[in-house]
Every structure is written in C-alpha cells, then in structure tokens.
Design a protein around this ligand. Structure first.
Ligand SMILES: NC(=O)c1ccc[n+]([C@@H]2O[C@H](COP(=O)([O-])OP(=O)(O)OC[C@H]3O[C@@H](n4cnc5c(N)ncnc54)[C@H](OP(=O)(O)O)[C@@H]3O)[C@@H](O)[C@H]2O)c1
Length: 328
C-alpha cells in the first residue's frame, strides 16, 4: 500500500526535497518495517532536507534521523508485530531511508524498544536532541562531574539539545548558565530550569591560554570561539561535552586547560553510540532523566506537508526547543 515520505533527490547537482508517494519495496532494506507515528526535526535533518549540508550519503533518500512507531512486519523475533519501538541515529536518515516517512524499514539491530515511561510522542519530543543531552550528562558524570563542582554552561541553549540539557541538568541539581544569542528566549530558558541566562557576549570569555576558573563544566552546541573560550574557564578536572558546530566547526585553543587543569573535552557522537549504552540512556530518559518541561520544550508540531518549511526555520534560527513531526 502506498504511503507518503519527504524524499530528497539530487537533481543534476541540486538537492531538492519533496513529498513523494512510495511503496515499502522502495525503502532501504531491513528486517523490520515500522509504521511511523512521530519524528522530530534535528539540526542535521534541516541540513539534509534543505541541502545546506551534505548529510545524505546516497540519493534519493528519505531524511529524518529519528522515528517512533509500531512494528508492522518483522523477520526479527526481538521485535514482534505490534511492538512500540524507536530508532535514532545509526545511519537512519543518512545512509538508510529515515523517519520523515509514514513507513521506515531498518535492520532489527538498530531498534530500541520504546522505554517504559515514554509515549511515542514523548520519545520524539526528546529525539536525538534529548538522547544527546542525556548522553552528555552520562559521560560527564562518569568522568566525575557533580553539582558541587560548579555551574554548567549550556550554549545554543534555546535549541533542541540545549533546551533539554538545561532541563535535565537543572532537575539533577546543577546550577545551569544558559547561553543564548536570542534574548527573546531568555524567559523560556529560565522557566525550564536555567539559574541564569546570558548572551555569548555577556559571558565575556577571555582569550589567554588559562583564565579565571568560573565553571564546573559545559555542554557546547556551537563550537568555534565560544568553545575555545570555555576551555580556559573550566574548573580543575571539569568536563566539556563537545556536541555541535552551530556557529563553527573550528576549535582553536591550547593544551593548557587539559594538561594544567585536567579538563576533559568529551566527544559526543549520538549516531554511533553502541546499542547497550543507547538502550540504557533511553531507559533513563523514560525514568530519572525525563524532563518535567518536555511539553513546553516541544510545543511545535508539524505534519509531513510542513516539514520542509520547518527545516528552513530551524537553520534560519527561527525556532525554539524541539519541532515534532506527526506522521501517518
Ligand atoms: N554530536 C552529536 O551527536 C549531536 C547530536 C545532536 C545535535 N548535534 C549538533 O548540535 C548542534 C545543536 O543541535 P540541535 O538539534 O539542538 O539544533 P537547534 O535546535 O537548531 O539548536 C541550535 C542552537 O544553536 C544556536 N545557534 C544556531 N545558529 C547559530 C550560529 N550561527 N551561531 C551561534 N549559535 C547558533 C541557537 O541557539 P541560541 O539562539 O539560543 O543561541 C540554536 O537554537 C548542531 O550543531 C547539531 O549538528 C550533535
């Protein structure tokens, strides 16, 4: 039976996305077909759909690195027909037809059973953004981070990863300094848990190799000068989770924060997270890390018909929090 997908084509040398009727046999191969219920727009999806970044490794392909839904057919006994599941990363929406589609077919090894404590909609309100924020916290705490060690800076705070990081950290007892370039969203960031909200300029990061210690650690979504500046101000043995490059992929700093203060720069790669850790993080997101303010953070909902416009808004920095995609 035909279904609808947002499909991205390489026409001559131009990337174009359009709503396209497909059949299951058109989808990338896999053992399990999922009837999609929800997805969400991540920064990477916005780059893929608009063609402003080379995310898709093959064409044509359905973008969407996240999906939640119900198993419709299965050759994998771990995921019987009717079970509620999700997929995030692993290659979905990059090498394999992704979640901006009413059907998704994947290898059974990529599937996470829907965690207790989350509806499919809530799982995609979190999506890769929420998963990434929780993975940052997990890695930081594994490496000794604790609320008593000082405030945590979250940059790109009004975006998807940033908003969920603010909410999760605050609920765990951290003092959160949210950094957002858009003053219109400062009140929102206070509501979801930030103790203080500043613009990047007001953060006034220094440029010497080592500056006065001001922060216990950071979750950085923007890269570039802000990330470089943060390395110089982090406490002894503090952690900086390096997530994104919304401002710049460059990082120019010195080794001094690492070799004189023991600061750790933790690489975060949600797409490649091994399955046992992935499942454990998702279970925590349905349990002790479930953000109280999820409905506020994911207040925008679009359909497949609007997903292309929503992707442009994300890249043009005209959204706040998470954008949910309703499917089917
Ligand atoms: N490593 C991983 O596994 C992983 C996983 C998910 C996402 N990411 C990356 O993390 C970043 C955030 O992802 P997301 O899905 O949360 O995106 P998002 O919702 O679009 O949020 C990005 C935020 O960064 C800030 N920003 C945007 N453009 C900027 C610019 N030119 N200069 C400075 N700040 C800018 C904005 O926050 P303010 O307006 O509040 O400043 C924006 O809300 C992206 O780079 C994404 O690729 C990485």
């Amino acid at each position: 039976m035909p279904f609808l997908a947002c499909r991205t084509f390489l026409d001559d040398s131009t990337i174009n996305s359009r709503l396209t009727p497909l059949d299951t046999s058109d989808l990338s191969p896999g053992d399990v077909v999922i009837r999609s219920a929800w997805s969400g727009v991540n920064y990477k999806d916005a780059l893929a759909v608009t063609g402003r970044g080379r995310i898709l490794k093959t064409f044509p392909l359905n973008p969407g690195i996240d999906v939640a839904g119900v198993v419709e057919s299965s050759a994998d006994a771990r995921h019987p027909v009717g079970s509620a599941v999700l997929v995030n990363g692993m290659g979905l929406g990059e090498t394999q037809d992704g979640g901006f589609s009413e059907r998704v077919r994947v290898p059974g090894d990529w599937i996470v059973p829907l965690p207790a404590g989350l509806t499919p909609r809530e799982a995609m309100a979190l999506g890769t953004a929420g998963f990434t924020a929780a993975l940052c916290l997990h890695r930081m705490e594994e490496n000794g981070q604790a609320p008593a060690r000082g405030p945590i800076v979250v940059t790109g705070a009004s975006g998807g990863v940033g908003s969920i990081a603010v909410a999760i950290l605050a609920a765990r007892g951290y003092e959160v300094i949210a950094v957002s370039g858009r003053e219109a969203h400062h009140a929102y960031l206070s509501e979801i848990g930030a103790a203080s909200v500043v613009t990047p300029d007001a953060l006034a990061l220094g440029a010497r190799p080592l500056e006065r210690v001001r922060f216990g650690g950071a979750i950085d979504n923007v890269g570039g000068d802000v990330l470089a500046g943060l390395t110089r101000h982090v406490e002894l043995w503090g952690n900086i989770a390096c997530v994104g490059m919304a401002a710049s992929p460059d990082l120019v700093t010195s080794v001094f924060p690492m070799i004189l203060r023991g600061v750790s720069l933790l690489g975060i790669s949600s797409a490649n997270c091994p399955m046992p850790l992935r499942t454990a993080i998702w279970n925590r997101l349905g349990g002790d890390l479930k953000p109280r303010h999820l409905a506020r953070i994911a207040a925008t909902e679009v359909t497949l018909h609007d997903v292309m416009a929503a992707c442009s808004r994300v890249l043009d920095r005209q959204h706040v929090g998470r954008v949910l995609v309703r499917l089917g």
